[in-house]
Design a protein around this ligand. Structure first.
Ligand code: GDP
Length: 219
């Protein structure tokens, strides 16, 4: 996992006061949608294949190492982890990573059912941040996630992670290609490059989250 120090994070976003995600706190883990907090307010979910860089990105966004560690705690990786912002009506939802080869088929099937059910029923869910390694974007399960989201007209913000692993022009080309793939759905699907290691793309992500969470833009 890549750690972003809070100090560096403050430098990029100018001041912590404008970063509502720096206040994220672990609330609970749930194995089913019924165990989640009351379905009111604003929620944004993070999803992606195992190893896509979700924990690192959450750590980078919030500057809280503990947050990412919580979602890696054995036994919690298959659960839906809920983090609240200062205002508990606004929540970040860490969905279980999918596509891990060593997981038994039955467990994989249960995850998929769980994820699909969560996306189907959750009224407070305003958007989905979908993380993909920029070197392997749009795998079959990623596209299934996008289709589930589109079925219920939920906007998806794609983070092409680990952008530091590629040169700038390949990064830009990949962003353009993924955008082009969903050109007809551009009102619902947005795409950006991201690197937790270099803290690249954090402000762009915050702007999107603020929009979904109905929070003020960064000053
Ligand atoms: P998760 O399984 O989706 O939560 O992924 P992790 O955040 O644990 O990251 C998986 C692996 O990718 C780890 O070895 C991380 O160190 C690495 N990683 C994550 N983000 C980045 C990044 O921005 N740049 C680079 N170079 N490696 C990263």
């Amino acid at each position: 996992m890549v750690h972003c120090s809070r100090k560096n994070f403050m430098i990029e976003t100018k001041t912590m006061l404008t970063n509502p995600y720096a206040h994220a706190k672990f609330l609970k883990s749930a194995s089913r949608a019924e165990q989640l907090p009351a379905d009111t307010g604003y929620e944004v979910a993070f999803a992606g294949r195992s190893n896509a860089g979700k924990s690192s990105a959450l750590n980078c966004l919030t500057g809280i190492r503990q947050l990412a560690r919580t979602s890696k705690t054995p036994g919690r990786t298959q659960l839906i982890n809920v983090f609240t912002l200062a205002d508990e009506a606004r929540r970040l939802i860490d969905l279980p990573g999918y596509g891990y080869a060593k997981v038994a088929l039955q467990v994989k099937h249960d995850w998929q059912k769980n994820l699909a059910h969560y996306l189907d029923v959750r009224q407070s869910l305003r958007g989905l941040v979908l993380l993909m390694d920029i070197r392997h974007p749009l795998k079959e399960l990623d596209q299934s996630m996008i289709n589930w989201a589109l079925d219920r007209q939920l906007p998806v913000h794609i983070l092409l992670t680990k952008a530091d692993k590629l040169g700038r022009s390949i990064v830009q080309n990949t962003v353009v290609q993924v955008r082009r793939h969903y050109e007809l759905m551009q009102d619902f699907i947005t795409v950006q490059a991201f690197s937790s290691l270099k803290k690249q793309g954090v402000d762009e992500l915050i702007l999107m989250l603020n929009k979904w969470m109905a929070l003020e833009p960064l000053s």
